[in-house]
Design a protein around this ligand. Structure first.
Ligand code: SF4
Ligand code: SF4
Length: 69
């Protein structure tokens, strides 16, 4: 039997993101970065472990983390 690690999709609503960087700081896997447009972006989405710390901390509800199927 083969066990595959779950994969996650991190979706940033760029209209709502204000670039505060809280999500970047809280992510244990360093998935997120602030782009040159001062918005959060999932630069290393494949490293996401789906812990939901980023969407929980975002004051603007701009992040959705979904399991990739
Ligand atoms: S915490 Fe929310 S508002 Fe702040 S940078 Fe991250 S996505 Fe944007
Ligand atoms: S769910 Fe966790 S690992 Fe994935 S981007 Fe958010 S804080 Fe990082």
């Amino acid at each position: 039997m083969v066990f595959l690690a779950k994969q996650f999709e991190v979706i940033i609503n760029k209209l709502w993101c204000k670039g505060c960087g809280l999500c970047v700081g809280v992510c244990p896997k360093k998935v997120l970065e602030i782009s040159s447009h001062v918005k959060s972006e999932a630069a290393r989405q494949d490293d996401c472990i789906g812990c939901h710390q980023c969407d929980n901390i975002c004051p603007d509800f701009a992040i959705t983390v979904k399991e990739r199927g």
